[in-house]
Design a protein around this ligand. Structure first.
Ligand code: ADP
Length: 241
């Protein structure tokens, strides 16, 4: 079972990936977690990536493709994997097609967790994360419910990085969805609701009991994510919804 989770920062990919990992017993490949581990370990890659993540920008396609190529070649991916955070650009999607082809694998399903931009901004601002298990929590929570660790704020959840992350997602990552729509692989799931409700829809989609209402239709469908609302105090600029 090879699955790809697609969605904006704050859409709940990590939470659903954890559920799928437990359910199917296959590894969760989260490129953001891999980069944060490199930063934590102080490697050359980590030192290079740290200011890029802090600014909410993307690490180069070349580096990311290299990281994913190395990871997918490991033995634990043989029975399947859950990809989260990659591909984030069209060149990454094309490189992943080639890599999957080389490995003789294909994606069974692409799960798109769809959340309106206003909701994403609300979720990310003030969000806290467990440094041990990466679960996320709303502001003011003090400790992780799973392991009791003191929660921290991710550097890129600070207000100055949140908008650039959404901006780059709308610009570079929304077009990636069309790449998979053309292959009729996408199941679109409303990312609002309880975690359990969303989990059961994700599982239904993976088990082939759900098909996206937008699957294979208009190329504009990928734009359904919406546009970034203006910053407070930006004046009367026109919205490009
Ligand atoms: P989120 O989806 O909440 O932004 P991630 O943990 O997936 O969080 O990613 C954190 C950061 O890691 C991204 O903002 C980006 O800087 C970097 N990153 C992760 N995956 C990629 C990728 N495929 N291409 C470029 N940069 C990436």
């Amino acid at each position: 079972m090879n699955l790809l989770l697609y969605g904006a920062p704050g859409s709940g990919k990590g939470t659903q990936a954890n559920m799928l990992r437990t359910h199917f017993g296959i590894p969760h490949i989260a490129t953001g977690d891999m980069l944060r581990a490199e930063i934590q370990a102080g490697t050359a890659l980590g030192r290079q990536a740290q200011p890029i993540l802090a600014a909410g920008q993307y690490v180069s396609d070349e580096i990311m493709i290299g990281i994913v190529r190395h990871r997918l070649g490991k033995a634990d991916c043989a029975p399947g994997f859950i990809m989260d955070g990659f591909p984030r650009t069209v060149p990454q999607a094309e490189a992943l097609d080639d890599l999957m082809h080389e490995l003789g694998k294909r994606f069974d399903r692409v799960i798109y967790l769809k959340v309106p931009v206003e909701e994403l901004l609300h979720r990310l601002s003030g969000r806290l994360v467990c440094p041990t298990c990466q679960r996320t929590y709303p502001p003011q929570t003090t400790a992780c419910a799973a392991d009791g660790s003191a929660l921290v704020q991710r550097e890129d959840d600070k207000p100055e990085a949140v908008r650039p992350r959404i901006e780059i997602y709308l610009d570079k990552t929304v077009p990636v969805l069309d790449h998979y729509r053309h292959e009729r692989l996408v199941s679109e799931i409303d990312g609002r609701g309880t975690i359990d409700e969303i989990s059961s829809q994700v599982l239904a989609a993976v088990n082939g009991k759900h098909s996206s209402p937008l699957m294979g239709k208009s190329p504009a469908a990928g734009r359904a994510q919406g546009a970034l609302p203006e910053k407070p105090g930006d004046g009367a600029k026109t919205k490009t919804a």
